[in-house]
Design a protein around this ligand. Structure first.
Ligand code: DX5
Length: 234
């Protein structure tokens, strides 16, 4: 872990923009991450893709390990989004590499409860992600085990996709089901405009890749979304 479990819970319990490194310049990843940390980012998302659950292959636990020291120095949360089949086979490695939070996909394993319990066994907070076509009712029986719910606002696999409009009513239904306190993260096509709409519909964590790292100044772009969603004070 980069930070303590209590610090992670405090961060995911707030309102935060979560830059995703998927769209960062990997030739200078540390520099790009520092730009958003310096702008106030409290959490960074590492998008892990295995070429099976989604077609692309991205990064493994090595990248989490490479970011750990820098993130710990900033007191920022490493959020790992596992877009992989059978995530329960990968959780140990990402926890050992330094993940503070790990999100698994409901659609990626028959053993969702086991996977969430496995994340907790490492002291990490656990997230449950739903693809855009998965009924929000899927989370009903694991609301106590999922510290955070991720409502995908694009089909997982790529950055720079268009925001899916039916995400807004889905978010409202998910918020009604989960209750007022549960952290709800959105991911995909998030910019100041879609972020503000998702905030109004009940989201509290806003993953943004291309809108941040695709901008000339990622720190300025981060602050624009943070201002639009009402980012919690540090
Ligand atoms: C799944 C990934 C992306 C990424 C954000 O595809 O999880 O959603 O984090 O992508 P942007 O912000 O570029 O849509």
């Amino acid at each position: 872990m980069a930070v303590s479990g209590a610090e992670t819970r405090a961060v995911i319990g707030g309102v935060h923009v979560v830059p995703s490194i998927l769209s960062a310049d990997f030739a200078r990843l540390g520099e790009q991450v520092q730009q958003v940390l310096d702008a106030g980012a409290r959490e960074i998302q590492v998008d892990v893709m295995d070429g099976h659950f989604v077609p692309p292959i991205t990064v493994g636990a090595l990248v989490v390990e490479a970011l750990r020291e820098q993130m710990a120095a900033a007191g920022a949360v490493i959020d790992v989004h596992l877009m992989v089949e059978r995530p329960e086979r990968q959780i140990d490695a990402f926890a050992a590499a330094g993940a503070d939070h790990i999100t698994v996909h409901f659609e990626a394993t028959p053993h969702v409860l086991y996977a969430l319990e496995q994340v907790h066994s490492h002291g990490c907070t656990a997230g449950l992600a739903l693809c855009p076509a998965t009924p929000v009712s899927a989370v009903e029986d694991v609301l106590d085990e999922a510290d955070m719910l991720l409502c995908m606002t694009v089909n997982p696999g790529w950055g720079g996709q268009a925001f899916i409009e039916h995400s807004i009513p889905r978010l409202r239904r998910l918020r009604a089901l989960a209750g007022p306190e549960k952290p709800i993260q959105v991911d995909g096509g998030i910019d100041p405009a879609t972020g503000a709409r998702c905030r109004a519909a009940g989201a509290t964590l806003f993953v943004a890749g291309s809108a941040v790292f695709g901008a000339p100044d990622p720190g300025v772009a981060f602050r624009a979304i943070a201002d639009a969603v009402g980012e919690s004070c540090a």
